[in-house]
Write a protein that binds this ligand. Sequence first.
Ligand code: C2E
Ligand code: MG
Ligand code: MG
Length: 433
Amino acid sequence: MQANGIDPSTGFLDRDSCLDLLGRLASSAAASRQMLAALWIDLSRMKQVNESFGHLGGDMVIAQIAQRLREKSAGRGEWCRMGGDEFVCLIPHCDAEHARQLAQDLLQTIEAPIRFGEIFLHPSASIGVAILEADEDPFVFLERADRAMGTARRQGGGRAVASGEEPLPGRLGVLLAREELRIENQLHLALENGGLSLHYQPIVGFDGRIEAVEALMRCTVDNEHIPPGKLIPVAEKTGLITRLGEWSLLAGARHASHLNNAGYRTKVAINVSRAQLSSAKFGQALHAALLCANVSPELIELELTESLFMDISETVQANLHTARTAGVGLAIDDFGTGYSCLANLKDIPATKLKLDRAFVIVLPHDRRAFAVVKVMTQLGRELGMTVVAEGVEEQAQLDALREAGVDAIQGYIHARPMPEDALLEWFRKRSAA
Ligand code: C2E
Ligand code: MG
Ligand code: MG
């Protein structure tokens, strides 16, 4: 039973009163040019609670959470119950930043466990946030908060999503956040108009030989440089990584051929992503690149991130063998960052182990890290691999790595990644010296 537009179990305004109030708050916000925020909150799994504990139990949970919401918002905003397990909070004079912060605080308070006799219930919620726009219909405004909540729920709940920040379908139909959408667009432009290039970073052995050069992707569109850390995840999400990967495979192989023709018989290490290696067409792409670039397979090495080895599918295993049989080297990249399964390591036909920069930056002071590096190096050696340390910037790090038995070093201490011309110049100067 409801009296005076108040929901009895929570003490919040009921739906009709909420809509009345919304009209009044929106008019007054428009007249005084003040902000108005709406949070739409949906509790998760209330259906299960009702099934397990009956409707009385469900009501008790709702009442307890309503109490928490009221306390957390500390008199800011008007609370409404829109139906079963959905609430709205209308907050005058509240900008997007504060609304988002309040949504986070509310999520946190909702998530505190609720005791049911011997059982602890772990509530959670999805929250949509909207800010009233100039001349906007108040109902459209509230609908935006509802829709943003729907997005938060589809993303798994336990989160807040602001209206206008919901993911949108990109060119290839994959749902992307705004920034990702922008990057996807830049990537298409780069692929179509030639904004991609490779920079090369030498890997230098302790014996003075150039072990290899690593090819690192660079992407520039309209004078904006997009770093690999942003570009690769979007490419992987959209599937564009296959095209990017084929491009870098061919460009890297051509570079190996150029170096060889210039008299520097150095391996070029090319990064390969999980998606590429999981494709049944990878072997074809590899052979095509070797053929087009007219390069000997011994001059190519593929860098595979350690995460790839968590579970190796038959296709991946077959692709690794195709590469090795052809004579292409295989390096395990970013080794030691937490994904490798040592049991898998013995089955991978890798020729090189690249220790992650995380171990290097704490050297030489962290003696435990030093011990780990030493043991990983021994392990790599025992398995017949060349061991490389990545991201070396200081002489003291280099000295520690030499002591640990590492074979070769990649890092700013020797050279930063550079374009092809600059690399040739670097080689020339080095030979002259
Ligand atoms: P990665 O393969 O581990 O490459 C090494 C990264 O460490 C490069 O960053 C390099 O510039 C950086 N680095 C090298 N020496 C130093 C140093 O002394 N100090 C510091 N602070 N950093 C150093 P970059 O070029 O930004 O590439 C980041 C990652 O993006 C790469 O990590 C690789 O996983 C990925 N990536 C780059 N190009 C490609 C590509 O063509 N295909 C795929 N799938 N991934 C790529
Ligand atoms: Mg790499
Ligand atoms: Mg690496």
